[in-house]
Design a protein around this ligand. Structure first.
Ligand SMILES: [Zn+2]
Length: 294
């Protein structure tokens, strides 16, 4: 099975597309498969109360969560899990297998998206059902939502400085690779981008996080911002499951330097990329460019 799950750039791509294509649309109907997602069933009654007749006022991302703010003062909180996706489709197209939630939008949304004078649907499709969809209360209370309250700082925010990163890592003896993937420390990184960031910064994945000095911290900070921004501009990485709301794959796969490239030459030094298990995940690195773990 592919280990790839949507990370910050993939979720940001979905949020940006939804901002462009569904913000301003009114939700006319809600349908659910009534199957369980991540151990909980979608609350269809709550969802209908929150969404039917409401307009979508904004689409944004926090960590790997996607938030649709509605005019009903409610927010639809999504997590794409391992294989989840939000797809826009004309209502006449048959549902894909594993569709768990459908929001029917008004005809204006369809016209704006260029499908003519017909209803458009926003569909949550998730074959492995590790995703999540929850109705939560609006803005002022969002920071109290359990899933969001625990998240660390946003690495692409203007306020994310070397000092922010240093504070997130201070005193930690765990390896830097696992710490970068810990959503409570920094929001949004998973296995792909943590591997890519460490290669870019020239830091060995087993380095104890709290032991990075000022020079390597600054390099790591620059690498986090650079790698994520580049992946966002490429509309994310697609292996098998991720596609944007129009069903288009992301283009970042060819820009990856180490992830799933074990045995291939490093782009900087031609040494063969290695793969090891770290925190039960495959980790990819260049044994020459990322030499020392101290
Ligand atoms: Zn190398």
């Amino acid at each position: 099975l592919s280990e790839h799950v949507p990370e910050l750039p993939e979720v940001e791509t979905v949020a940006a597309d939804l901002r462009r294509r569904v913000v301003g649309a009114t939700i006319e109907d809600v349908w659910s498969s009534r199957q369980r997602l991540r151990g909980c069933r979608i609350d269809v009654m709550g969802l209908r109360r929150a969404a039917v007749g409401a307009a979508i006022e904004s689409a944004r991302r926090r960590g790997k969560y996607l938030l649709l703010e509605l005019s009903s003062s409610r927010v639809l909180l999504f997590h794409l899990g391992m294989t989840g996706n939000l797809l826009l489709a004309p209502a006449r197209l048959a549902q894909a297998p594993h569709t768990h939630l459908v929001l029917t939008l008004d005809r204006l949304a369809g016209r704006r998206a260029g499908v003519g004078d017909e209803a458009l649907e926003l569909r949550f499709v998730d074959p492995r059902r590790f995703g999540l969809c929850r109705v939560v209360a609006r803005a002022a209370q969002l920071e109290r939502v359990r899933e969001l309250a625990q998240l660390g700082p946003e690495p692409l925010d203007a306020g994310f400085s070397v000092a922010t990163l240093a504070a997130a890592l201070r005193g930690l003896s765990r390896d830097i690779k696992s710490v970068l993937m810990d959503q409570r420390r920094i929001a949004g990184l998973g296995n792909i981008y943590a591997s890519e960031v460490l290669w870019t910064a020239g830091i060995h994945p087993r380095t104890p996080a709290g032991r990075l000095g000022p020079v390597r911290l600054a390099r790591l900070h620059g690498a986090i911002r650079h790698v994520l921004a580049e992946a966002v501009s490429n509309r994310g990485t697609t292996f098998r499951d991720f596609a944007d709301p129009a069903g288009q794959p992301g283009e970042h796969l060819r820009a990856l330097h180490v992830y799933q490239r074990a045995g291939q030459p490093c782009a900087r030094c031609q040494t063969l990329i290695r793969s090891v298990f770290l925190g039960q995940r495959s980790t990819f690195f260049c044994p020459r460019c990322q030499r020392s773990s101290r």
